[in-house]
Design a protein around this ligand. Structure first.
Ligand SMILES: *[C@@H]1O[C@H](CO)[C@@H](O)[C@H](O)[C@H]1NC(C)=O
Ligand SMILES: *[C@@H]1O[C@H](CO)[C@@H](O)[C@H](O)[C@H]1NC(C)=O
Ligand SMILES: *[C@@H]1O[C@H](CO)[C@@H](O)[C@H](O)[C@H]1NC(C)=O
Ligand SMILES: *[C@@H]1O[C@H](CO)[C@@H](O)[C@H](O)[C@H]1NC(C)=O
Ligand SMILES: *[C@@H]1O[C@H](CO)[C@@H](O)[C@H](O)[C@H]1NC(C)=O
Ligand SMILES: *[C@@H]1O[C@H](CO)[C@@H](O)[C@H](O)[C@H]1NC(C)=O
Ligand SMILES: *[C@@H]1O[C@H](CO)[C@@H](O)[C@H](O)[C@H]1NC(C)=O
Ligand SMILES: *[C@@H]1O[C@H](CO)[C@@H](O)[C@H](O)[C@H]1NC(C)=O
Ligand SMILES: *[C@@H]1O[C@H](CO)[C@@H](O)[C@H](O)[C@H]1NC(C)=O
Ligand SMILES: *[C@@H]1O[C@H](CO)[C@@H](O)[C@H](O)[C@H]1NC(C)=O
Ligand SMILES: *[C@@H]1O[C@H](CO)[C@@H](O)[C@H](O)[C@H]1NC(C)=O
Ligand SMILES: *[C@@H]1O[C@H](CO)[C@@H](O)[C@H](O)[C@H]1NC(C)=O
Length: 697
């Protein structure tokens, strides 16, 4: 991963020979509270690397939950590493005397208190360490409590927590038998088990919390919301005005001995890690890409909230920047006590609907698409590598019981290839996945076609699905995938496979059309995988596939589908509407949905904690699709075989904006729009200026 990040940095510096001003987000984007929260649902997110905290103040104490990517237990739940509570005496941060602020530019949370006391919480982006730094005007006693919870009813096995070397050490090491074994047996794959990729075996995670200023105290019992916990307390040896606490986090598939050794070594160097590297990283992250709208309009203004909350959501994506695992669509790193999401969910704070270990392609894609235009190509690696890791298991299943697997991972094939178009990403590590994914669909549908009645019409409610050849059914919407799958990788696809893919390209039929209310519309190309949901597959040719849209022929087929298809009218307001509207140039409606989507949360205290919708709070894919929508209103890049660069295709005239976004062919666009006019635009490389078009022209 490091090599990848480095090569990216090198290339960016070449690219930025065009004038670039370092950007600073307005301080008004910071989220700041002067009253305590009622509970964990009133927390704010913090993070870095692949660690996420929910930070809040309650009952005159400061609390945070700790999560990290990859903490999958025996049951493939993603467990929190616990909760920390800080209690001070005397307490400069008591109710009425403090302010809690998410400092976006520098990526940390600050508590300001009485007598200019400060408590800074930051997560090191480069090392898995949480830092708590306290400066008070007078000496205070500090108690730091690390809580773990475990259930007798064994949905979660007990974690091992002990006092260790003056601190508190917690570890969870997966038992030998996990849900992986159960699933493999259920899927009749036991004989292949030893060769399969297994992300749960020996998975080990935990933390070590210590400070030279604190000593082990008592172990206490407690109860919070719906969770019984045990707390290991560290307390001040003597009152002091300044404290530095570190919590070192670890996770790997390894023995407990190796785990402890690496935790110890990380802990030893943690005290010398300075925040300045992390702050520098956040500054370069903000400088990399932004969309800031009507910055001076004030916090209550809806358009101001669009820009502010888009940036805050990007901060949350940045918290998973160096992760091995994708940011989860259902809660990300910031789930809180689930009863505040669903009153029936009386479980522990790591709980989320659709579980912690499943990365549903249909939802994950919406979290990862926006990272192309924001230039966060390095963050996409975790999602791409996820597919690389599971490809061998998928191939095995394909061999063992061909035809039993469904997957909407085609979009990730497209995404990888687009990353190649945008930034020259080396796709060779993913070729196995890409070829496997495309060939699977082809072979599966051809095989189905050979079985009499095998491709039953049961799940297909559309007349155009005449069942005469199953390849007709699938790739209608996949055409763009195959097209893009072929073109940018033509030099990479193994020569031996080349004619296979050329043939396949020829077998792909046109996207079917039909009439609705007398208007020509796009017909849903397939009914089988998405029809029982509330989605509108008819518009997938608009997004993700980019077959219809501004600058492409027959746009009215798409707008008709949106407006006249009687089967879709009940489903408007869906996750992707705003993206389709933007791509079709329907500015008024796109604006309406965007304002709604990005408005400050009225459900939770933090403006970008919304949900659960169909998934969980905070609803990450809901904001992923909102990010794509906002980007597409401003910049579209799919037309003319991904060479056209359309600015303001669906941009409201009264939205002043400063932006920096990315387009295919290593292109960067830095611009400023005022009163519906592009006042400044720097395109790099310069030649790409010729590909820029504006509005709906
Ligand atoms: C705490 O809960 C009360 C009652 O529901 C609500 O009025 C108040 O706004 C909440 N406070 C915060 C900070 O969310
Ligand atoms: C807090 O800081 C302000 C500004 O630096 C200073 O004027 C004031 O004396 C400080 N108060 C205390 C109690 O240190
Ligand atoms: C599991 O145990 C916890 C703590 O004892 C309890 O709150 C919870 O309701 C139990 N869950 C089930 C499903 O029995
Ligand atoms: C695993 O999680 C599922 C879903 O929450 C639950 O029904 C099941 O009892 C759990 N199994 C074990 C072994 O903990
Ligand atoms: C630990 O608990 C004992 C018994 O309740 C109490 O006397 C003692 O003060 C506690 N120690 C600390 C450090 O809180
Ligand atoms: C705060 O106090 C209330 C009332 O005693 C209690 O229910 C809640 O669990 C406390 N919160 C924390 C974080 O201890
Ligand atoms: C941390 O820095 C101090 C002062 O420079 C140095 O003495 C110490 O050896 C360093 N510790 C580690 C673990 O690098
Ligand atoms: C694949 O999709 C079909 C139709 O929706 C469904 O009946 C089948 O169970 C799915 N297979 C798997 C392995 O999910
Ligand atoms: C099969 O279906 C496709 C798509 O509807 C159509 O274009 C084609 O003419 C059909 N072929 C036969 C032999 O029915
Ligand atoms: C537009 O749609 C019509 C009707 O299906 C088709 O004949 C024509 O080829 C399409 N135009 C383009 C440029 O694809
Ligand atoms: C505007 O957006 C709201 C919220 O998403 C939606 O309920 C409403 O139908 C939209 N109105 C129009 C005219 O699209
Ligand atoms: C984009 O940059 C990459 C990496 O430097 C390079 O390999 C690729 O050729 C470039 N592509 C274009 C179209 O300039």
């Amino acid at each position: 991963m490091l090599a990848f990040a480095l090569s990216l940095v090198v290339y960016l510096s070449v690219l930025f020979t065009a004038p670039v001003r370092a950007i600073r987000l307005p301080d008004t984007y910071d989220v700041s509270w002067t009253t305590q929260s009622n509970n964990s649902a009133g927390s704010m997110p913090l993070g870095g690397g692949d660690i996420g905290l929910n930070v809040w103040s309650e009952n005159d104490t400061i609390l945070f939950y700790i999560a990290k990517s990859g903490t999958f237990d025996e049951n493939n739940s993603m467990l929190k590493l616990g909760r920390v509570r800080l209690t001070l005496d005397p307490n400069p941060f008591a109710a009425g005397t403090f302010r809690q602020t998410l400092k976006l530019n520098d990526g940390y949370v600050l508590f300001d208190g009485a007598g200019n006391a400060t408590m800074k919480l930051w997560v090191d982006v480069f090392h898995p360490v949480i830092h708590v730094e306290l400066e008070a005007a007078q000496d205070v006693m500090l108690n730091q409590e690390q809580s773990s919870w475990s259930f007798d009813n064994a949905t979660t096995y007990a974690d091992v927590t002990t006092f260790h070397d003056g601190g508190v050490r917690m570890m969870h090491h997966n038992l030998d038998t996990t849900v992986f074994d159960f699933t493999v047996a259920q899927q009749h794959l036991s004989e292949y088990k030893s060769t399969m990729y297994n992300p749960l075996t020996a998975n080990t995670f935990g933390l070590w919390m210590s400070s030279p200023d604190l000593a082990p105290g008592n172990v206490t019992d407690g109860h919070y919301v719906n969770t019984n916990f045990k707390a290991w307390n560290l307390y001040s040896k003597t009152a002091k005005s300044s404290y530095n606490l570190q919590i070192v986090i670890g996770q790997a598939q390894e023995s407990t001995k190796t785990f402890h050794a690496s935790l110890d070594s990380a802990a030893k160097s943690a005290c010398n890690n300075s925040q300045s590297d992390t702050i520098k990283w956040w500054h370069s992250f903000w400088d990399r890409s932004y969309i800031m709208i009507n910055e001076n309009a004030g916090p209550a203004d809806g358009t101001f909230q669009v820009g502010k909350n888009y940036q805050i959501f990007r901060f949350m994506q940045g918290c998973n920047s160096f992760s091995e695992w994708p940011l989860k669509f259902n809660g990300g790193l910031w789930t809180f006590d689930p009863v505040f999401v669903n009153p029936d969910a009386a479980f522990t704070p790591g709980y989320r609907r659709w579980t912690g270990g499943i990365f549903t392609a249909q939802n994950q894609r919406l979290v990862y698409w926006p990272l192309l235009k924001s230039g966060d190509f390095d963050f996409m690696k975790s999602q791409f590598d996820y597919y690389k890791r599971i490809t061998s298991n998928a191939q095995l299943r394909g061999r063992v019981y061909f035809g039993q697997r469904n997957n909407t991972a085609n979009e990730f094939v497209d995404m990888i290839l687009q990353a190649n178009m945008f930034t020259g990403l080396d796709v060779s590590p993913y070729m196995d996945f890409i070829e496997n994914q495309i060939m699977w669909f082809d072979q599966f549908y051809r095989q189905q076609h050979l079985k009499a009645d095998a491709f039953s019409l049961a799940g297909l409610k559309y007349e155009s699905d005449n069942g005469n050849g199953s390849l007709v059914i699938y790739p209608g919407r996949g055409a763009e995938t195959y097209k893009t799958a072929y073109n940018p990788s033509s030099t990479i696809i193994h020569q031996g496979n080349r004619s296979y893919f050329e043939d396949l390209l020829r077998r792909i039929p046109e996207t079917p059309l039909r009439f609705q209310q007398g208007k020509p519309c796009i017909s849903p190309a397939q009914g089988y995988s998405r029809i029982q949901n509330t989605e509108i597959p008819q518009l997938y040719p608009v997004f993700p596939w980019g077959e219809y849209g501004l600058g492409m022929p027959n746009l009215t087929f798409a707008t008709n589908t949106y407006e006249y298809d009687t089967e879709t009218q009940d489903f408007h307001g869906n996750n992707q509407d705003v993206i389709w509207l933007a791509r079709m140039g329907l500015t008024t409606q796109a604006k309406n949905y965007t304002l709604h989507r990005w408005s400050d949360s009225t459900i939770y205290r933090f403006p970008v904690f919304k949900g659960p919708n169909y998934d969980w709070s905070p609803d990450i894919n809901h904001f992923g699709s909102a990010s794509i929508g906002l980007q597409e209103m401003l910049l579209q890049t799919f037309a003319a075989k991904n060479t056209q660069t359309r600015l303001m295709g669906a941009w409201p005239a009264d939205w002043a904006v400063k932006f920096k976004l990315y387009a295919p062919m290593n292109t960067t666009l830095v611009g400023k729009v005022v009163g519906g006019k592009m006042e400044e635009l720097v395109v790099g490389p310069k030649e790409r200026m010729g590909d820029v078009v504006y509005g709906t022209e």
